[in-house]
Unconditional design. Structure first.
Length: 286
C-alpha cells in the first residue's frame, strides 16, 4: 500500500512539475534561449499570489490567474528590452544575461519582501480524501487539477489556434514564418511572456502547501531542467512526460532512501539520460 501511495503522491507532484516546466521548454522551443532565471519567475508568481491572498483575500488558486497575468507582462518586457538583444549573440552571453536576471530578481525580492518565509492559510489546507485506502491531500489534488487544466489549455492554444500555429511556425523556421506574414518578434515576446507566466501560475497553485521566500526558486530550478532534459528540451509533451516521471521517481525514492539522499536516484537517471539519450525521451519539438 505504501508503494501505491508513493505512486499517487508522485503523480500529484509530477503534474505540478509538468506545468512549471512547460514554461521553460516553451521559452527554449520558440525563443531558442535557455532561461536560467525561470525559477525566479516562479518565485514572483508565488509572491503575487501571497499578496493577493493577504490584501484581497483571494485563494491562491484564484490568485494564480493574477500571478500569470502579472508575470506575463513582466516577461513580455524582459524579452523586448533584454533577451532580444542577445538572441544572435554567443551562447555564453545568453547564459550570463539570464543568470544576471536570476540574481537581480532574487535580490530585488530580498530587498522588497525580506528574507522571512511567508505562507497562506486556506480552508482546505489540512484536509485529505481517502480512496481505496489511499490518502489524497486536498492542496496537492487541487494543484494537480489546476495544472491539468492549464496544461490542457496550452495544448489547445498551440494546436488549435492561429496564434499557436504562428508560434510553432516561428519555432520551426523563423525566416519562413516571416515570409508568411508572421511577426516573429511579437511571437518571441508573447512566447517568452507565456512561458514565464505559466511557471508563475505553477508557483501560485503550490503556495497552499509551500512557503515562499526570495530563495525558493533554488528548490525548483534544477528540477525544472531535469524535467525538460528528460522529456526533450523544447518539447511541450515531453515536459509533461518528464514532469510525471520526475514526480514519481522523487516520491518512490523516499521509500528506499534517507531524506538526505532522496534525489540521488533522480539525478542518476538525469545523468544517464544526458549520457545515452541527450535529445530526451521524446524527440519531436513544438
Amino acid at each position: 500500500m505504501s508503494f501505491l501511495q508513493a505512486i499517487l503522491d508522485g503523480l500529484m507532484l509530477g503534474g505540478v512539475y509538468a506545468v512549471i516546466s512547460i514554461g521553460l521548454t516553451l521559452v527554449f522551443g520558440v525563443v531558442s534561449i535557455v532561461n536560467f532565471a525561470q525559477a525566479e519567475f516562479l518565485m514572483l508568481g508565488m509572491y503575487v499570489a501571497y499578496f493577493v491572498w493577504r490584501y484581497l483575500g483571494l485563494d491562491p488558486i484564484l490568485g494564480s490567474l493574477i500571478s500569470f497575468a502579472a508575470v506575463f507582462v513582466l516577461g513580455f518586457f524582459v524579452q523586448q528590452f533584454l533577451i532580444r538583444r542577445v538572441l544572435k549573440a554567443p551562447e555564453v552571453a545568453q547564459i550570463f544575461l539570464t543568470v544576471g536576471i536570476l540574481i537581480c530578481l532574487e535580490n530585488l525580492a530580498l530587498i522588497f519582501f525580506g528574507s522571512e518565509y511567508r505562507s497562506v492559510q486556506t480552508s482546505y489546507q489540512n484536509e485529505a480524501l481517502e480512496f481505496l485506502g489511499l490518502i489524497i491531500s486536498m492542496p496537492y489534488l487541487i494543484a494537480f487539477i489546476a495544472s491539468g487544466i492549464a496544461g490542457g489549455f496550452i495544448w489547445w492554444v498551440l494546436t488549435k489556434t492561429w496564434w499557436g500555429r504562428a508560434v510553432r511556425a516561428t519555432a520551426q523556421n523563423p525566416m519562413a514564418a516571416k515570409l508568411m506574414g508572421i511577426n516573429t518578434d511579437q511571437m518571441y515576446r508573447i512566447a517568452f511572456g507565456l512561458g514565464v507566466g505559466l511557471t508563475a501560475f505553477g508557483g501560485a497553485i503550490i503556495l497552499p502547501y509551500l512557503t515562499v521566500s526570495p530563495s525558493v526558486g533554488g528548490q525548483f530550478g534544477v528540477l525544472m531542467f531535469t524535467v525538460v532534459v528528460l522529456g526533450g528540451l523544447g518539447n511541450v509533451l515531453g515536459a509533461v512526460v518528464g514532469g510525471i516521471a520526475v514526480g514519481v521517481i522523487q516520491s518512490l525514492s523516499g521509500l528506499f532512501l534517507p531524506i538526505q539522499l532522496q534525489n540521488i536516484a533522480l539525478f542518476i537517471i538525469f545523468i544517464a539520460t544526458l549520457a545515452f539519450r541527450p535529445e530526451g525521451l521524446l524527440r519531436k519539438s513544438l
